[in-house]
Unconditional design. Structure first.
Length: 79
């Protein structure tokens, strides 16, 4: 992806990231498994998982989202 296009996409995502309210975000990509892990806290210490449609999992602790797992990430975001 061209650097300018990547920066544009990052800046477009910033309002949504800010709305989450996390002070830190960690992104881990497992290329072999094609899974993106987004952690809003380290360590997550999740106690529950909500399974959303299309391979998206919300990792929860006391009804608070502490992480997001997105499977088959390359097929969801193309460009």
């Amino acid at each position: 992806m061209e650097t300018t296009a990547a920066l544009k996409e990052i800046f477009e995502a910033l309002p949504y990231i800010k709305r989450i309210g996390a002070k830190h975000l960690w992104f881990d990509f497992d290329e072999k498994a094609d899974v993106l892990y987004v952690s809003l806290e380290r360590p997550q210490r999740a106690t529950d998982t909500d399974i959303l449609e299309d391979g998206i999992f919300l990792r929860l602790r006391d009804k608070k989202i502490v992480g997001i797992t997105i499977t088959n990430i390359s097929s969801k975001f193309t460009g």
